[in-house]
Design a protein around this ligand. Sequence first.
Ligand code: DX5
Ligand code: ZN
Length: 223
Amino acid sequence: MKHLIAPSVLAADFTNLGKDIEMVNNSEADWFHVDVMDGRFVPNISFGMFIVKAIKKIAKKPLDVHLMIVEPEKYIEQFREAGADVITVHYEACPHLHRTVQQIKATGAKAGVALNPHTPVHLLEDILPELDLVLLMSVNPGFGGQKFIYQTIPKVRKLAEMITTRNLSTVIEIDGGVGLQNAEELLKAGARVLVAGSSIFKADDPSDTISRMKSIGQNTLMV
Ligand code: DX5
Ligand code: ZN
């Protein structure tokens, strides 16, 4: 199956957000990646459900909401009501992850779990069959425009193997420092969704950059 491109709106121009959302609407991108940061789980504050709701009003593609917050279980229903189609919580922020994943699914949203760069993929072994998506952070979460952590590549391979040997349909999403320079290698390793903020919105031609990312060779892994 063809890979998906999810531009991260964190890198958009917030004085002209509508224009950037229209660009994504009219591009070959598949999802909007929406980063919610609370200043506690990560050392930065972005925005909450109010902005998610505003984006939803004009977005013509699914909203992939990445919750970088502590106690995400308190807000899942509100983010779903605001328009989230995929809700991803951090492994490191959820002591009762199984319950939180069921809570996401009960809202009708797809459920994702994100891992920080230091968190090994084998910790997902028992929860993996419950997950629609695993987001591997390829930078430390909190800011756009950081350098890709190369150790993510073997993590993708390992996780892809866990998924295929168990015949699961969980998709692997990569977030942080992704661009044309590493997209192909990530796809070959088994990634299915590429999140890209700066490499798209800071490009001279964002829409063309999306097309180029989208047209990179077919994914070799059928997950
Ligand atoms: C980082 C966020 C990312 C970020 C990616 O904490 O989760 O989604 O927006 O931005 P780039 O692509 O610029 O690294
Ligand atoms: Zn993100």
